[in-house]
Design a protein around this ligand. Structure first.
Ligand code: IMP
Ligand code: MG
Length: 182
């Protein structure tokens, strides 16, 4: 099926992102003074952000990933969450930093947070590249946020529309936001 959408405008440039990711790395480094840190990237959307972020955190850390899937069908984010890939790295007793591309309704994060809390980490914090600030109630408000996002459907730097545009080095809005399902 041919792409029926195209890019509208650049929202965050490559340079803006690089600068902010550097700052986030410093904030995160300063936040964790001791203990084991496990940076957990939520796939697929966080893959580029996570790669850039961890290279800006000088302290020792480990990296792993989560692949989550919602029960049920369709494009809604209701229902329960299960892990398609469960990090083999032991979570208990470690500082867990969950890295997400964008917080929209917050449903994905809320379900993951409940699941991860059950693994008894030493601490659990969230780092989101983008935050739309429309989530009604978040179990944990992200401590580290790259940018507040406008109420648009955004792509690039890991974010997709129907699996396209993840590779763009910048973040852009789409011309036709119809049928955007994350
Ligand atoms: P939430 O559960 O509603 O917070 O949705 C979070 C997930 O939806 C993100 O991890 C993305 O995969 C996807 N998503 C939400 N908004 C956007 C967007 O503007 N562009 C691309 N993906 C999005
Ligand atoms: Mg997505």
């Amino acid at each position: 099926m041919p792409a029926t959408v195209s890019l509208e405008a650049e929202v965050f440039s490559q340079e803006q992102i690089a600068g902010r990711v550097q700052e986030l790395g410093r904030e995160i480094d300063a936040h964790y003074s001791s203990g084991d840190l496990l940076v957990l990237g939520l796939l697929k959307g966080s893959f580029i952000f996570l790669g850039d972020l961890v290279r800006n955190i000088p302290r020792p850390l480990q990296v792993d990933f989560l692949v989550a899937a919602s029960y049920g069908s369709g494009t809604t984010t209701s229902g329960d969450v299960r892990l398609l890939y469960d990090p083999e790295t032991q979570l208990r007793g470690k500082h867990i930093l969950l890295v997400e591309d964008i917080v929209d309704s917050g449903n994905t994060l809320n379900r993951l947070v409940r699941l991860l809390k059950g693994r008894e980490p030493r601490s659990l914090e969230i780092c989101a590249l983008l935050h739309k600030r429309i989530a009604q109630s978040l179990e944990i408000e992200p401590r580290f946020v790259g940018f507040d996002a406008p109420p648009l459907f955004l792509v690039g730097y890991g974010l997709d529309h129907a699996e396209n545009y993840r590779h763009l080095p910048f973040i852009a809005s789409l011309k036709d936001p119809e049928g955007t399902d994350g």
